[in-house]
Design a protein around this ligand. Structure first.
Ligand SMILES: [Zn+2]
Length: 355
């Protein structure tokens, strides 16, 4: 087995947000020829990154209660509780999601990446060296109550929706960045949120519980007939961030035969919850061990948060998947387990979710 296999299929990245922020016209060039940040085509190949969930995410520019620098400073403190920006306007959010989707379509036209709508398409891409992308939405601000935008985005390839990022939406409430804290903050899904879950079930769109508050996750479990999934969340028993999953929540995920993608963000990995890059790979292994013990080796994968978070300096960017695989093997994970964690578990859950 080489340094770049098994290929990783990953539960979350924010490259579309970054490319959109930088310059849409230059997005293809920087993806193909190299950019700063965690992801581009040549480093994806070098890291053995086969594909993953590509998030549409609408920033709160102008509305931010704290600037990004202030947020980073605050998250280096021993405890913090960042205020949430207000709800977004749906029409404005939709424009931003259209522009980010257009970037993904631009990338697809290069022939190096494909927006996948079935698991067999993902497998074919990964076997032929084409990046397999799932169009995902992190925070359903752009989705109108009548689901017209959802239907159009579905046709463009949207196959996974997180009802909230953190800000409240008409569908539910997310958890703020708070440490230490659990996710028992705010109320559950709204009536529209329940309708969204039912509509996604009918369409075979995955519902992502990452960043939902506790009551919201319970409501998804109650109303959804699909496996319960958190695409990029970690273990609360190790890192007491509001955004991590308690053992009780892990139980809900296991009962539904869902899964959790391990988030590489240091703030959700470290026991002290602080935003410091000198976080050893060992910390990731602790979370993986706990997840495997609690929910079983068939229900754990990755959800890197590449291009959306500060990750351990030993990883640096997507090429850090190479030392991560090495650390996992040295830790005693055999080849069958490596295959499951790197990609096979995502394939199983998607097969059971998409219809
Ligand atoms: Zn996220």
């Amino acid at each position: 087995m080489s340094d770049t296999t098994p290929l990783v299929f990953d539960g979350h990245n924010d490259i579309l947000l970054q490319l959109h922020r930088d310059d849409r016209a230059g997005a293809v060039k920087s993806f193909l020829e190299g950019r700063s940040g965690a992801l581009d085509l040549s480093r994806m190949k070098a890291g053995g990154f086969g594909g993953g969930f590509f998030a549409l995410y609408v920033p709160s520019v102008g509305d931010m209660v704290l600037s990004i620098d202030d947020r980073i400073d605050a998250m280096c403190e021993p405890s913090f509780d960042l205020p949430l920006p207000p709800m977004l306007d749906q029409a404005e959010a939709l424009v931003c999601c259209m522009e980010q989707t257009a970037i993904l379509l631009d990338l697809e036209r290069t022939g190096t990446l494909k927006i996948c709508r079935t698991v067999s398409e993902i497998r074919t891409c990964m076997a032929s060296g084409i990046i397999a992308a799932i169009l995902h939405m992190e925070g359903a601000e752009a989705i109108d109550r009548d689901f017209a935008s959802l239907e159009v985005l579905y046709t463009a390839g949207l196959r996974s929706i997180g009802p909230v990022w953190s800000r409240p939406t008409i569908y539910g409430e997310g958890v703020p960045f708070r440490y230490p804290s659990d996710g028992n903050i705010g109320s559950g899904l709204t009536e529209d949120g329940i309708r969204l879950v039912e509509h996604c079930n009918a369409r075979g769109i995955m519902i992502d519980c990452a960043h939902l508050n506790e009551a919201g996750i319970r409501d998804v479990a109650k109303h959804s007939d699909a496996p319960i999934v958190a695409t990029h969340s970690n273990v609360h028993a190790i890192c007491a961030s509001s955004r991590n999953l308690t053992d009780e929540q892990l139980g809900i995920i296991a009962d539904s035969d869902g899964m959790v993608g391990l988030n590489f963000a240091v703030s959700f990995l470290r026991e002290d919850g602080r935003k410091f890059a000198d976080t050893p790979l060992d910390t990731l292994l602790k979370h993986l061990d706990h997840l495997i013990e609690r929910i079983g080796e068939d229900r754990v994968g990755f959800g890197s948060d590449f291009d959306g978070a500060l990750i351990p300096e030993e990883m640096g960017d997507v090429t850090g998947l190479v030392p991560l695989r090495k650390a996992m093997r040295n830790h005693g994970y055999d080849s069958a387990l490596m295959e499951k964690l790197c990609n096979a578990n995502w394939m199983r859950v998607l097969e059971n979710t998409w219809k």
